[in-house]
Design a protein around this ligand. Sequence first.
Ligand SMILES: [Zn+2]
Length: 144
Amino acid sequence: MTAAYTLPIPQADAASAPFFEGARRHELMLMRCRTCRAWRLPSRPRCPDCWSTDTEWARASGRGTLYSWGIMHQKLHPAFAEQVPYQFAVVELEEGPRIVSNIVGVPDSELRAGMPLHAVYDDVADDATIVRFAPDGAERPVLA
Ligand SMILES: [Zn+2]
């Protein structure tokens, strides 16, 4: 945990609580349809594939590939003024859904579409963990 972490911490609501509780355990939890087995993110009550409301939360692999990314230079929120520039990305998970996250542990110039990534878990507070992604082969990077 970073004692001086001062960035905003995502607040779970009823629909996203299992995701954030999983992150605390260092598990990537996603909603899955019990009827057709399709994974979905964000969580929502009805399956977009088969329209079923029979739902469960299941542990995803945490593996994916870089689908798209950008480098944030603008200080859109005062709390991030010291963080820019930073990488933000859309990661296509092995299970299919795409997740918006940060990429860590790789220089901007080495980001490539399709590069293999895995989830890393940044314990930013005693009760909060943020899911980010790092290139395969990279150890859990030290986050600023
Ligand atoms: Zn379904």
